[in-house]
Design a binder for this molecule. Structure first.
Ligand code: ATP
Ligand code: MG
Length: 853
């Protein structure tokens, strides 16, 4: 744990309440140029800190403090934390790049509507650094009235000056890129948005000309009026209506010591502030969910700070030390009064600081934090939000208040391109204390692009994206495991991702041993995917015939695999008498006469002159009439859809499967177990050859195995999983697993090593929790156990389906909710085994022409 210390409240330098408002000259990528100076603007990335280990956090904090001390020393910096509603419609464009199969526009639209409904705010972190003064150019600034607070200058910036500024910005950018914030030059569109949003304009933003916004386009951005009142501002739109009420708050007092992790993270905590808006009781529905009435306040932050060069900082600290020492001396000499512990403490702290500054990347920073609270509904709503913010920070020991009678000055001050105006609310701390506010901290997990499957539930909001098939594209492992207690949502989460994979044009083979994946085929059909449900029984006779599954490249393999499979299925006494030889003979003959099929082999045996062959043929024939025997030995029925390796979903449902344990002796297997192993043999051989086929290398492939313990109980099954996991990347085949038992999964070392994403749901047994913790990359111990215990519960103790801890392929770990966008889809994906054959169920919904094109 780190202690972050505040040094003093002090009267700052360089504030000027009456300075003219900034006049923008140009905006370009990474640059804001005003008449008086130019600023380099960067976007900062978020880091994933919620579940980060303490030592990793401390290390990152040190890196940030050192970046402040080294890279930014002496600069005037403006940090802004802004929120925008997530623009869900953007996902539609992305979907056009992601998806290719089925009625994907309908699928993506469903997600967009759902995202609009849950209205996630998204956070933007921006940092501006003043890079030059333009005082020469500033001579001609005109005075403007108070209401028209931001302006545009008529002068312009020369291409030469712009090129010079661009080079300076990029030089600084390269240094800031290597910090935990991974700074990137802010796109001109983002800067345009930042300037315009202060006016709450609703019209479209201008697009840059050759990367530059200037002149009339820039003027359009700042046209709007902001009227100051004693404790708030009103933003007036073009028609004279108030479009927003805004209050700027100052942070006037911080505790002497704050902790990180903990209350010291006062900027990260912005997203945690919520309030309950005042709603008329009569407007509430009777069955309203109380939790839905709590809304985020989403206050924004603006912190202007200047990192003191080390020499100045040491001088300052030394002065403070000497002052404290003198106070202590004179108090003890001139009166009997106790000089006060505070004075003594200050002296000690300052002495320590001077020592630290001599050694490490420590220096002082003077900062001026402001919080901006906005309501677009009413002044009362604004006040309720402000109260929530003041109360929240009060709880952390931080004094926050509305800057009375100074709203105009404070509002100007928080604008990009302005300057410090109200200097008497500043703080001096060491750089670690400022970095300890963790403005870039929060929650982050999953890929930056790809299918959206849910949302983050950690300390910062955001979407969660998961793409089962991304591993091999990224040259990474390809196995995703869904782990947790029964009924928590493993299978449902897996099905959501399998559907996304299928819309991306993948071949999806799902081996369903439990009978709860039928919904995957139903939903696939409903949304226009090539989806099939294959079951056992006479209706599916011959669909899993190895000759059929292993055609082309697999043909040679079939010559070995079919006799092996029939050897497993036949009664042991026949095998003991040497029945395998006539079977191999029959297989060879059937292959020689063309269009081979397993039922033809059995037929050949039945009509053979050799009595052993005949007896074996009869035994196998009878077995081929059984439900589990039919798919791999039966004669194909009319119209049964065969398994084919092409884009689409194949759910192979084998609920009656009964596999023997590894310890069981083969001679002791009963009929059901023999037939089960033989059928599994078909599926596994098919999975392996399809994954390995050279002509299918370019096809995305996913093999999904829910209830993986059923398979891992046999040697063949474990070997299959380890094989697919190991070679999945090279063969662009992803593997999805689900299990209630992480302990036995962790015994499959070959699979565990290849886990790219781990989705952990609730578990209640501590040994299982520890096994899961390791796979999630979380530190073992009480804290993690409690987390895994509580992840699947709502505050009222009821089960929270679909809520999981996720470790992604970059080893970020955070909590997220898998989100089913519509009730219709939820019903389709229901995992309760059903009685009706889903196969004949919903026809695809009629589609508009262009959607299917
Ligand atoms: N993301 C979700 N949102 C809402 N409800 C869900 C979600 N995921 C699952 N559920 C509900 O929980 C039920 C059980 O989910 P599911 O079958 O996926 O659990 P499971 O973890 O696979 O359980 P088991 O280990 O018993 O197979 C589903 O039928 C559904 O009603
Ligand atoms: Mg399940």
């Amino acid at each position: 744990m780190k202690l972050v210390e505040r040094i003093s409240n002090f009267l700052g330098v360089g504030g000027d309440r009456s300075a003219p408002a900034p006049h923008y000259v140009s905006l370009a990528d990474g640059l804001i140029v005003t008449t008086t100076h130019a600023e380099a603007w960067f976007t900062l990335s978020s880091s994933n800190t919620d579940l980060m280990s303490e030592s990793a956090r401390d290390a990152e904090l040190d890196e940030a403090a050192s970046a402040l001390a080294k890279t930014l020393a002496g600069s005037d910096v403006h940090l802004k934390v802004l929120w925008s509603p997530l623009n869900a419609a953007d996902y539609m464009d992305e979907a056009g790049r992601l998806f290719t199969s089925g009625h994907w526009p309908e699928w993506a639209k469903m997600r967009v509507e759902r995202l609009d409904h849950i209205a996630l705010p998204s956070r933007h972190l921006l940092m501006g650094v003043r890079i030059t003064d333009r005082t020469r150019q500033a001579a001609a600034v005109s005075r403007r009235g108070i209401a028209e607070s931001l302006g545009v200058a008529s002068t312009s910036v020369s291409p030469r000056e712009l090129a010079r500024l661009d080079a300076m910005m990029r030089r600084l950018g390269r240094r800031l890129e290597a910090t935990p914030w991974r700074a990137q030059p802010a796109a001109v569109e983002l800067l345009t948005w930042m300037v315009a949003r202060e006016q709450h304009r609703t019209t479209a933003l201008p697009s840059p000309n050759a990367g530059l916004i200037s002149g009339a386009k820039l003027a359009a951005l700042t046209r709007g009026r902001v009227l100051p009142f004693p404790d708030h501002l009103r933003v007036v739109d073009a028609t004279g209506q108030t479009s927003a009420w805004v209050a700027v708050l100052t942070m006037s007092g911080f505790p002497e010591k704050m902790e990180s992790p903990g209350s010291g993270e006062w900027l990260r905590a912005l997203s945690e502030i919520t309030y309950v808006p005042d709603i008329d009781d009569s407007d509430l529905a009777d069955d309203v969910d109380p939790a839905s009435l709590i809304l985020p306040v989403s206050p924004e932050a603006s912190v202007r700070f200047r990192v003191m060069p080390k020499r100045d900082a040491m001088k300052k600290a030394d002065e403070a030390r000497r002052l404290a020492k003198e106070q202590r001396r004179s108090a003890s000499q001139h009166s009997a009064e106790d000089p006060g512990r505070a004075v003594e403490e200050t002296e000690g702290v300052m002495a320590g600081l001077v020592r630290d500054m001599g050694r490490e990347d420590v220096t002082l920073v003077e900062d001026h934090p402001r919080l901006i609270v906005t309501s677009t509904t009413s002044l009362e709503d604004l006040r309720a939000r402000v109260d929530a913010v003041v109360t929240f920070y009060g709880g952390l020991g931080i004094e926050v208040g509305v800057g009375e009678e100074e709203q105009r000055e404070l509002w100007l001050e928080v604008q990009a391109g302005d300057q410090l105006r109200v200097p008497d609310m500043g703080h001096v701390r060491d750089v670690t204390a400022l970095a300890g506010s963790w403005w870039w901290g929060g929650a982050k997990v999953g890929d930056d692009e790809g299918p959206i499957v849910g949302y983050l539930t950690g300390s910062t909001p955001g979407v969660y994206r998961n793409d089962l098939t991304i591993g091999s594209e990224k040259g990474d492992a390809t196995t995703t495991a869904f782990i947790g207690r029964s009924g928590r949502g493993k299978t449902t989460a897996m099905m959501l991702s399998l559907l996304d994979a299928a819309f991306r044009g993948a071949f999806v083979l799902a081996l369903d041993f439990k009978g709860d994946l039928g919904g995957l085929a139903a939903a696939g059909k409903r949304y226009g995917l090539n989806a099939h449900l294959i079951e056992t029984g006479p209706r599916f006779s011959g669909v899993a015939d190895l000759f059929r599954l292993l055609d082309r490249e697999g043909a040679e393999r079939a010559q070995i695999e079919v006799p092996a499979q029939l050897g497993i299925a036949m009664p042991p006494h026949l095998r003991a008498r040497g029945a395998e030889t006539p079977v191999q003979h029959a297989v060879n003959q059937v292959i020689a006469s063309g269009e081979p099929a397993t039922w033809k082999v059995i037929d050949f045996l039945r009509h053979s002159a050799d009595p052993l062959a005949r007896e074996t043929g009869e035994a196998l024939y009878e077995l081929s009439q059984t439900a589990i025997g039919a798919p791999f030995m039966g004669r194909p029925a009319e119209g049964a859809s065969p398994l084919t390796p092409e884009p689409g979903i194949w759910v192979v449902q084998i609920p009656g499967l009964s596999l023997p344990g590894t310890a069981d002796d083969r001679e002791d297997w009963n009929v059901l177990q023999r037939m089960s192993v033989a059928l599994m043999h078909s599926m596994l051989a098919y999975g392996i050859t399809t994954a390995g086929r050279k002509d299918l290398r370019g096809l995305r492939k996913v093999v999904a195995v829910p209830e993986v313990h059923v398979l891992t109980a046999t040697k063949e099954g474990s070997a299959f999983l380890e094989y697919i996991a190991r070679v999945g990347r090279a063969l662009s085949t992803a593997l999805g697993l689900d299990t209630q038992d992480p302990e036995s999964l962790s015994a499959l070392v070959g699979v565990v090593e290849q886990l790219t994403t781990v989705v952990g749901f609730q578990l209640t047994n501590s040994a299982q929790q520890d096994a899961l913790a390791e796979m999630l990359n979380l530190p073992p111990g009480r804290h993690t156990r409690d987390l895994i215990q509580s992840i699947g519960l709502n505050p009222d103790g009821e089960v929270r389906h679909g809520h999981a801890i996720i470790r992604d392929r970059r080893f970020h770990t955070a909590t997220a909710q898998w989100d089913i966008p519509t009730v219709e889809l939820m019903d389709l994906l229901d995992t309760t085994p059903r009685a009706d054959p889903i196969d004949e169920e919903p026809a695809p919904a009629p589609q508009p022409e262009e959607a299917t094109a």
